[in-house]
Design a protein around this ligand. Structure first.
Ligand code: BGC
Length: 357
C-alpha cells in the first residue's frame, strides 16, 4: 500500500512510499483512509523542524488529521465496518503520569506521550491504518469528507474549554465579545464555536479579500485588518484566541488586550523569533487588569466529542468552504504547498490520481 513518509530531521525527505499493509490484529480497527488534512505541523516535519520516527525506525508515516472508513472491527468494540472514524492523535505516556492516567493526555506531565504522525508513532497518511477503539471517534457519515476537520476542531474545542473555565472566575459577567487572530482553519473553527456560543465574534487577519474574508462574513462575524493594536483598543474583547503564531501579532495582543482579558495562544510561532516586550509594563497590566494568558495544545477525547458536536451543528456549506483544495494522494507535494488563498488543504484518498482539484 502507499504511505506518505518522511525521515524526521532531514529536510525535504518526504516521499510516497510502498509499505507493508498493517499486520493482522484482533484488538484494533482496520481503517481505510478517506482523507488526510495537512497543517503547519506537517510542513514543519517535512522541513525537519519537528517530528520523530518510532524508536528503532528511520522513517515516520506522516499525518495526524485523519478520516477513514472501518473495514474490520473486533466484535463488541462499539464500531462496525462502514463506520466513519477519526483517530485521536496523542497516546498517553507509559508511566502513566496522573493526567495521562485520567485520560487527559493533552495535559501530560512528563512529555513522554507519543503522537501519531508527529512524535514516535506512525501517522494516518497511509491507505490503510490500524486504530485502537479507545482512540477512535465515530463521526456522522453525512459529514462526508468534512469530518476531516474534526482534529483541528478538537484543538479549538480544548482552547474554548480552558478559556471558559478561566472566564468562570468572574461570577457577574459572562464573556460577550471574542476576537480571533488568524482566519486559517484553526481561527475560523474557533470563531465558529464562538458564534455557536452566541458571542459577538470578530476575526483579524491580513487578507484583503478572498476565501478567508468570505468565510468570516459567512459566519456572521466581523472582519478586521490593519493594526491589531488599534483593533484591540477599539474592541476590548473578553476572550482573544490567538491563532496566527505571528510574533508581532502576539506581542501586540499581550500589550493591548484590556481589562479582564483572557488570551488563549493556540498558534505555534517559529522558534527564536523576537519582538521587544516591556515585561515591567506587561506585568503591571496583567496584575492591575486581571489578565490571563494561557497556551493550549492537543486534545483529549472530551474535546474530540465537543468538536464533533460543533461540526454537526455547523452549516454544511460554510464548513465545505473551509476545504479550499482537495488533492489526490499521488499529488501529495501539492498538498504540502502553502498557497495564498488556502484555508484547509486535504489529501483525498477517494480522488483518482490524475483527477484535477
Ligand atoms: C496537533 C496536535 C499536536 C501538536 C504538537 C498539532 O498540529 O494538532 O495534536 O499535539 O501539533 O505536536
Amino acid at each position: 500500500m502507499r504511505a506518505l513518509t518522511v525521515q524526521p530531521g532531514i529536510a525535504d525527505s518526504a516521499r510516497l512510499d510502498e509499505v507493508p499493509e498493517p499486520e493482522a490484529c484482533d484488538r484494533t480497527l482496520l481503517v481505510r483512509a478517506l482523507a488526510l488534512g495537512i497543517c503547519a505541523t506537517d510542513r514543519d516535519i517535512v522541513s525537519a523542524r519537528s517530528g520523530s520516527a518510532p524508536p528503532g525506525e528511520q522513517r515516520l508515516i506522516l499525518g495526524h488529521e485523519s478520516l477513514g472508513v472501518v473495514e474490520e472491527a473486533p466484535p463488541g468494540c462499539g464500531f462496525a465496518p462502514g463506520d466513519h472514524v477519526v483517530g485521536i492523535v496523542r497516546r498517553p505516556d507509559p508511566v502513566p503520569c496522573p493526567a495521562c492516567a485520567a485520560g487527559e493526555w493533552d495535559m501530560c506531565h512528563n512529555g513522554r506521550y507519543t503522537e501519531r504522525g508527529i512524535k514516535e508513532r506512525h501517522g494516518y497518511g497511509a491507505e490503510l491504518f490500524r486504530l485502537e477503539p479507545a482512540f477512535a471517534v465515530k463521526v456522522d457519515r453525512d459529514l462526508g469528507l468534512l469530518a476531516v476537520l474534526l482534529e483541528p476542531a478538537s484543538i479549538v474545542a480544548k482552547a474554548w474549554d480552558h478559556a471558559e473555565r478561566i472566564a468562570r472566575r468572574a461570577r457577574a459577567a459572562a464573556p460577550h465579545r471574542l476576537l480571533v487572530t488568524g482566519a486559517g482553519p484553526v481561527g475560523l473553527l474557533a470563531a465558529l464555536i464562538g458564534r455557536q456560543r452566541g458571542l459577538d465574534v470578530h476575526i483579524f487577519d491580513r487578507a484583503e479579500k478572498g476565501l478567508k474574508v468570505d468565510q468570516v462574513r459567512g459566519l456572521g462575524a466581523t472582519y478586521h485588518r490593519g493594526r491589531i493594536a488599534d483593533v484591540l483598543e477599539d474592541l476590548r474583547p473578553d476572550i482573544l484566541l490567538e491563532c496566527t503564531g505571528a510574533v508581532p501579532v502576539i506581542r501586540d495582543c499581550l500589550a493591548h488586550v484590556g481589562r479582564n482579558g483572557i488570551i488563549g495562544l493556540a498558534g505555534l510561532s517559529p522558534a527564536a523569533a523576537e519582538a521587544p516586550l516591556d515585561i515591567g509594563r506587561f506585568n503591571r497590566t496583567m496584575v492591575l487588569e486581571n489578565q490571563v494568558v494561557f497556551g493550549a495544545v492537543n486534545a483529549n477525547r472530551a474535546h474530540f466529542e465537543a468538536a464533533a458536536g460543533a461540526l454537526a451543528a455547523a452549516d454544511r456549506d460554510w464548513l465545505a468552504g473551509l476545504v479550499s483544495r482537495r488533492v489526490p494522494l499521488a499529488r501529495w507535494t501539492e498538498a504540502l504547498e502553502n498557497r495564498p488563498d488556502d484555508v484547509k488543504v486535504v489529501i483525498d484518498f477517494t480522488l483518482r490520481d490524475a483527477a484535477p482539484d
